[in-house]
Design a protein around this ligand. Sequence first.
Ligand code: GLP
Length: 263
Amino acid sequence: MRVVIQENYDKMSKWTANYIAKKINDHKEDRPFVLGLPTGSSPIGVYEELARMNKAGEVSFANVVTFNMDEYVGLPREHDQSYWYFMHYYFFDHLVDMKPENINILNGLAEDPEAECARYEAKIASYGGIDLFMGGIGVDGHLAFNEPFTSLTSRTGLRTLTTDTRIVNSRFFDNDPEKVPAYALSVGIGTVTDAKEVIILINGHNKANALAKTVEGNVSQKWTCSALQMHPAAIIACDESACDELTVGAYKYFLDVEKNERL
Ligand code: GLP
């Protein structure tokens, strides 16, 4: 696992956007580059930078297919807290050459959620899998909506949100946890770790415990993010304040090995 420690959120975002743009630009195959994407406040800076690069002609999304991690159950697309809305508002609407038919987001209004999730997995497989999955994590270490105690081999499916997550996410729902949908559709931990590469954004002091558990904790379904330790090419892109609970030895090690690292 690589842990790329940047001084602040802005630098973490720019580093990650550059990394993703380089992967897209280096992709010379005929088949599209398949990119997994998250919502949340963590990736907004990456989306802004990628959109800027796209407008400046530094990266094209014409041959990119995207799959989002998750979606609330019960919110229509037009709801300003749906992840469909979020993705268009913060990212897709700002790209000059993203093809709408290449955007995949789970349908939280599907009559048969299990069938919708099976369709999603099959569609990912039809492209030959995900090349690069970008993600974020919750303060309890959830990856996508894979809450504590979700199987580390889980596939896309219906998830029940924990009270903790509904409280944390209530900041977008009038600070009322009851207004936060109780269920979501989410890719599984296995879906994420099947990707050829995974890059997880972790920023801010409130994620310090989750970062430490991801990097130094035991591999455990209690901290679903810890499954990344089993991935052959996982990167944690983080800022200084998210490192507050790493051991000094680990912190120094990651700074040292990344000193001469190229993108
Ligand atoms: C939600 C999403 C996660 C995301 C998490 C963290 O719960 N389902 O995919 O990683 O929020 O969000 P933030 O980046 O705002 O801390």
